[in-house]
Design a protein around this ligand. Structure first.
Ligand code: PBG
Length: 327
């Protein structure tokens, strides 16, 4: 039996018809650009595993932010690559630490034209590469780390961050950061919580970008989430919302679209997703070989993350897609 009145292809006949009935529309407003700033370099340094992404100098960072602002990209997230590391990661909260210097330069350059988000973690700054300080048994110590996260949050707020983005997956980190910010008079600075962050092999290129290797060949499985779990992610998000997160995030993105979709249904706060370094690198590597059309795949992938329910997406494709979406 056929039902001619129900032909699906009727609405696919022209580009304008397809646009009219599109359920998801990706726009420049959905994009957040991750940027790296490196201390002690006088020229931007390429990152081999992230083609097109560089470790910026403070100067080139400001220039890139200006370019992105002019393209209409609403926000960036900043990561620092310090010249020196120590067991505590003290460069993370030093007022002259590279992220603080970078934030000040960004604020001076873009004013209120871009939302400045700073990643809040210790792994780029600790000599052992973990996201927190180590306890006597070499374990990542939860509560002593919270204390330091509070200091980092205040330093980043003072330097100009609109939102701080804790990515360390310590228990209670959102509450500790909220309390530290409020206590220091920064009640207006928000928390974008990496709420459901998985222990993923897709962070490989990022670790090259920030020069992090975990001591003794260790991993982050004692604090980041087990990729086999989805219900647990909803518990993590619920806790972060209770603790005062203004925005919650799922990371990585494509391998966790089920988590994004469930989180969208269950929570009313804005939901972000991080399309991470490995997700970007895979597309770039295949495109370089001529195996696929990188731009088309990028649009399809980032579009899928939005379709799953993300309100905005952190992606190394932000600049590239902004140019296309504006064009
Ligand atoms: C931790 C942090 C990481 C990323 C963002 N924040 C690395 C990690 O958890 O090991 C990964 C981002 C990416 O892969 O693009 N500071």
């Amino acid at each position: 039996m056929s039902f001619p009145q129900n032909r699906m292809r009727r609405l696919r006949r022209s580009a304008r018809l397809r646009d009219l009935v599109a359920e998801t529309r990706l726009s420049v407003d959905d994009l957040v650009a991750p940027l790296f700033v490196r201390e002690g370099t006088d020229a931007p340094q390429p990152i081999a595993a992230l083609p097109g992404v560089v470790q910026h100098t403070v100067e080139s960072l400001a220039k890139e932010a200006r370019r992105l602002a002019d393209l209409g990209v609403p926000a960036l997230v900043l990561f620092g690559v310090p010249a020196t590391k120590d067991p505590q990661g003290s460069q993370a909260w030093d007022p002259n630490g590279i992220v603080q210097v970078g934030l000040e330069a960004l604020r001076a350059e873009v004013g209120s034209h871009m939302v400045l988000i700073s990643d809040l973690c210790l792994d780029e700054y600790t000599d052992h590469g973990h996201c927190g300080v180590l306890g006597p048994g070499g374990e990542v110590a939860n509560d002593p780390t919270l204390e330091l996260y509070g200091q980092v949050a205040v330093a980043q707020a003072r330097a100009g961050a609109d939102l701080v983005a804790p990515s360390g997956m310590m228990d209670g980190q959102v509450a500790a950061i909220r309390a530290a910010l409020d206590g220091a008079g920064w009640a207006d600075v928000g928390v974008l919580a990496y709420a459901a962050k998985y222990s993923s092999a897709l962070y490989g290129p990022f670790r090259e970008a920030v020069g992090v290797s975990i001591a003794g060949g260790g991993d982050r499985r004692s604090y980041q989430q087990d990729p086999r779990n989805a219900r647990e992610a909803l518990r993590e998000i619920a806790l972060d919302v209770e603790e005062g997160a203004d925005i919650v995030m799922v990371k990585p993105a494509l391998a966790y679209l089920d988590v994004i979709a469930k989180a969208r249904q269950q929570f009313q706060v804005p939901l972000a997703a991080y399309h991470v370094s490995g997700e970007y690198a895979m597309v770039k590597a295949a495109a370089e070989r001529g195996w696929l059309d990188g731009t088309a795949v990028a649009l399809e992938h980032i579009g899928a993350v939005k379709r799953a329910g993300a309100d905005f997406i952190l992606t190394y494709f932000a600049g590239e897609l902004a140019e296309i979406l504006n064009g």
